[in-house]
Write a protein that binds this ligand. Structure first.
Ligand SMILES: Nc1ncnc2c1ncn2[C@@H]1O[C@H](COP(=O)(O)OP(=O)(O)O)[C@@H](O)[C@H]1O
Ligand SMILES: [Mg+2]
Length: 91
């Protein structure tokens, strides 16, 4: 769901130059989803009212990651990352 929401957002920017999707493991505890695009427009959570059919994607990402997502602005675009906590193995 996170990959779907972030890639859809990148497509909607109209930036046709590039998109990068990656999954990384920066630490044992974190799985990091990364979606980069060639637009320097910034993602921003919006307050979608009950009747709106859009505007909930980043709120979903925010909820699923417990707020652990962010944006890194680059000279020719940006990278949006979303971190998922790896479940502790049962003891
Ligand atoms: N990758 C992106 N590049 C530029 N703007 C973005 C990007 N992702 C999100 N946004 C901005 O943040 C807004 C909210 O995104 P989202 O919560 O996914 O709602 P929606 O995509 O339905 O508009 C978008 O309408 C857009 O203005
Ligand atoms: Mg969206």
């Amino acid at each position: 769901m996170i990959v779907s929401e972030l890639t859809t957002n990148s497509v909607k920017t109209g930036c046709q130059t590039r998109m990068v999707v990656a999954v990384r493991r920066p630490t044992d505890q974190i799985i990091r989803i990364i979606v980069g695009d060639g637009s320097r427009s910034m993602p921003a959570m919006v307050d979608a009212g009950p009747d709106r059919t859009s505007g909930r994607g980043l709120a979903i990402v925010h909820r699923l990651t417990r707020g652990r997502w962010g944006v890194t602005l680059l000279p020719l675009g940006k990278i949006v990352h979303a971190d998922l906590a790896v479940a502790e193995p049962p003891s």
